[in-house]
Design a binder for this molecule. Sequence first.
Ligand code: F0G
Length: 456
Amino acid sequence: MNRIIEPFRIKMVEPIRLTTRAERQQVLQDAHYNLFRVPADSIIIDLLTDSGTGAMSANQWAALMRGDESYAGSLSFQRFEAAVKEIFGFNHVIPTHQGRAAERILAATVCKPGNIVPNNTHFDTTRANIEAVGAVALDLPCPEARDLHKPHDFKGNMDVEALSQVLRRHSGNIPFVMVTVTNNGGGGQPVSMENIREVSHLCRTHGVPLYIDACRFAENAYFIRTRSSKYHDTPLIDIAREMFSYADGCTMSAKKDGMANIGGFLCSNDDTVAQHEEELLILTEGFPTYGGLAGRDLEAIAVGLYEALDLSYQRYRHASTGYLGQRIVELGVPILRPPGGHAIYIDAAAMLPHIPATQYPGQALAVALYLEGGVRTVEIGSVMFGRIDPTTGIETPGPNELVRLAIPRRTYTKSQIDYVIDVVADTARHKQSIRGVKIVEQPPALRHFSARFELV
Ligand code: F0G
């Protein structure tokens, strides 16, 4: 029997309001065609993000009740710290309210203006926190990542040759190197153990610490297990431990592979750095035994980290994301290949060649998918990454025009994924009639969250 089923049953349900097309038409108008402005009860299937939107297990809910809300010395922190140390293996564990808080504290502690921080691909908050302290966030994805449609086992890898040159050329000016697993900005693609090892070796030769952005570490471990013959029989926890053994620290958003709705942490092996980080933590997040979280949140994460490493869970997770990707490909709709761990990325530029980049094909497709079936996705294209020259006012488009369908963990059933496939199929059928959009109002930064659009 090789059919893979959801390895859980449903104990509590949250009703979905089934809207009509006419209602959605009105919702879109009211939201100025920006899906971030749409209230959740007007969404049928929400694939905006896999961050903090998953379902917790019975064990996590039970653990919540054990939450020790003591300001100092919380027992929940002890359990959280023990879990993080057992899996990640670092000496110092600092809880934060989510991933970006860990990034902010790390950047503020170790980066100086003019420093360079290489990464396979910086997530936007990581980049923003590095740039906020005046340092430069440099993306060094492997060459295979450039071709959206050509499959490769480890498209999330760092370009080791390019990193080696950067480390030589900017010696003394690199506070740390980061590897993001899986590479979200690069399509949720995995990083191989060999690549992490090579990057680590280079960093150690140059005396530069290596940090891992660990958000989707368990999905990455599963990819390593299935795609590297050496690891076919290795438990995911051992793969994860080996990944982190090559690093000096990590940042983590527990809203992903912590299987929790909120939380994160920052780890390091450096006593002095950790001390400075704790000082900053107390200033903005909270005392080091809670760091901006309730004791019960720490409990949920301590349980969730192990659940993310459960083989049957990962098998189902990858089967369900891969199934969505495969079926969309069969519809003749181009996606970034191979499918990532947490999401499918539709190539809107290739799907809608009649819409020029200046009319945001990704945003147009996201709007069309919502109108067709109430499916909320997110544009990862020129709305998110286009840059306007402040003097000329001329806009440079983003590198790609993608629409991400991110799958919340343990949340939607196969029949709901089939519904999403039907919505993509119906949208593709009348794709010629999909119109571009124009921006009529936008803030100077992070415009995708609040911009107002009109149909062209
Ligand atoms: N790093 C990566 C690779 C991420 O994907 C995210 C969040 C963060 C850091 C920041 O974590 O949200 O807890 O502060 N990604 C979400 C997404 C928001 O939709 O991909 P956070």
